[in-house]
Structures are given as C-alpha cells and as structure tokens.
Ligand binder design. Structure first.
Ligand code: B12
Length: 217
C-alpha cells in the first residue's frame, strides 16, 4: 500500500482533521484519483475506528472527531471527483434520488456515492439524511427521478428500506422506479428479501449496476 494511503488511514485513526486534509490535498496535487485514496486510505481508517468503537476500545467523542475528519476529506475529494466527471454531457445518464433513511444520520458513504453518480453524468437529487419514506416518494414523484437509492448504516434503520418497497407497492408506484439499497449492514440477501432491484456494496458498483439496469430498460 502506498505510503500516503497508510498516512491517510492513520490521520483518521488519530482524529487529525488538518493532517487528513493535507494528505488529501497532496494526493490531488500529485494527480491522484480521488476515489483511490478514499477507498484505500480514508475508508480503512474510519472502518477501523468503527471496529474499535464496536469493541469498546474507542468512545463516542473520538468517533465523532474521526467522523468530522472523514467528512472534511470526503467533501474535498468528492468535489474533485464530481468536477473530473462528465457533468453537463450531452446525453445525461439519468436522474437518481439519494437519501439516508429516517432515524439515521450516517451520510459519509452516501456523499461519496452522490459524487460518483455526478461524475458519471447523472442528475442527482440528494435529500440528505434522516429522511421519511413519504418524503422520499413525494420528492421522486415531483422531480421525476427514475432511480431511488437509500442508504442505511444501522441495523435498526434498515427496516425503512423495506417500508419504502411496501409503500411504493401500496401506492401502485413500484414499477415506475428502480430501487437501490446500500449501507454497511445491507446485503444482497436483504435486497432480495425486501424486493429491491439493486444492492450496491460501494459507490462504484452502485453506478455500474444502475447504469446496467437503466440500459437494460
Ligand atoms: C462515522 C460513523 C458515525 C458518525 C456519522 C457521521 C456522518 N455524517 O456520517 C457519527 C459519529 C455521527 C455516528 C453516530 C452513531 N453511530 Co456510527 N458509525 C460511524 C462509522 C465508524 C463509519 C461509517 C462510515 O462513514 N463509513 C465509511 C463509509 C464510506 O462507508 P459506508 O457508509 O458503509 O459507505 C459505503 C457503502 O456502504 C456504500 N454506500 C453507503 N451509502 C450508499 C449510498 C449509495 C447510493 C450507494 C450507491 C452506496 C452507498 O458505499 C460506500 C463506499 O463506497 C460506522 C462503522 C462502520 N464500519 O460502518 C459506525 C456505526 C455504523 N455506528 C454505529 C452506532 C451504534 C452509532 C450511534 C448509535 C452511536 C451512539 N451511541 O450514538 C450513532 C447513531 C446516530 C444515528 N441516529 O444515525 C454502529 C452501528 C451498529 C449497528 N449494528 O447498527 C457502527 C457499525 C459502529 C459499531 N461498530 O458499533 N456514527
């Protein structure tokens, strides 16, 4: 692993926002791909933080500080990623609505996915985090999104993705949309169980699978 990626991971573990930002800048200045250092440096850092938090060897204040460092770098890197893409291309790839479900404030992964979709020419409607199923459907109906993508990071909030499928069915709107589910506890099995069209383990596969699905018609 590159030395800068190791340093990126360590900066998150050390909850050092300034250092993390400096590393992100160095990577971009050297012409590096934003997603590369996110996925091989910063994400392993925040994942390790999460594991330590889960084991009880790291506490909420440090989790929050590490998350702040992570958010600062993903903001910078996502902006660079979106700029490097084909935004404004003559053939828009489609329109996608993205939200983190109700009761859940985790939005770092969603932010990365938003940047990836933008970089690939999609029009993205980002509703933010802690969003009610009803508001997700209303927004999709209003803005004409073809794809509804939801992110859930807590086992207690994944149920909102099931509720979305059920509410779409009840409202006779299910066939109108392609649904995508994502988030650390979400699996292909969960997607199959609730009847979601696409499971995305990361932002990249999300873009690939949505594009394949839309092309298949
Ligand atoms: C950062 C973090 C926080 C931050 C969130 C800041 C923010 N703005 O997002 C803060 C400090 C606020 C936080 C709070 C809490 N957290 Co927290 N948190 C994390 C942590 C460490 C990292 C999450 C993260 O950002 N990972 C990096 C990103 C890049 O990964 P990701 O989100 O999984 O995204 C990837 C894929 O899932 C996918 N993806 C995700 N969304 C989308 C969307 C689309 C469209 C696509 C295509 C792809 C996609 O693509 C991404 C990669 O490319 C996780 C640990 C973990 N391993 O997940 C715990 C974790 C999720 N948190 C946990 C807990 C318990 C909490 C709290 C309840 C703690 C508390 N006691 O208050 C609160 C809950 C608040 C709430 N109501 O939501 C637990 C959940 C346990 C469980 N079984 O549900 C975890 C697993 C930690 C642990 N090991 O215990 N947390």
């Amino acid at each position: 692993m590159s030395d800068l990626f190791v340093q990126a991971k360590q900066a998150i573990l050390a909850t050092d926002k300034e250092k993390a930002l400096e590393i992100a800048k160095r990577h971009l200045d050297a012409g590096g791909e934003p997603l590369e250092i996110i996925s091989q440096g910063f994400v392993p850092g925040i994942t390790e933080v999460g594991e330590q938090f889960g084991r009880g060897t790291l506490f909420l204040p440090e989790l929050i500080m590490a998350a702040e460092a992570m958010m600062a770098v993903t903001d910078v890197l996502s902006a660079a990623m979106a700029e490097s893409g084909q935004a404004g291309s003559a053939t828009p790839a489609g329109s996608i609505l993205v939200a983190t479900v109700k009761g859940d404030v985790h939005d770092i992964g969603k932010g990365i996915a938003v940047a990836m979709f933008k970089a690939n020419g999609y029009t993205v409607h980002d509703l933010g985090r802690d969003v009610e199923v009803g508001d997700i459907i209303d927004a999709a109906e209003k803005n004409g999104s073809r794809v509804i993508a939801t992110s859930a990071l807590l086992t207690t909030t994944m149920g909102e993705q099931k509720k979305l499928e059920e509410t779409l069915k009840k409202s006779k709107l299910r066939e109108k949309y392609v649904t995508l589910v994502a988030g650390a506890p979400v699996t292909q099995r969960w997607a199959n169980r609730i009847g979601a069209d696409i499971y995305a383990e990361n932002a990249h596969t999300g873009v690939v699978r949505v594009s394949e699905k839309l092309m298949a018609g």
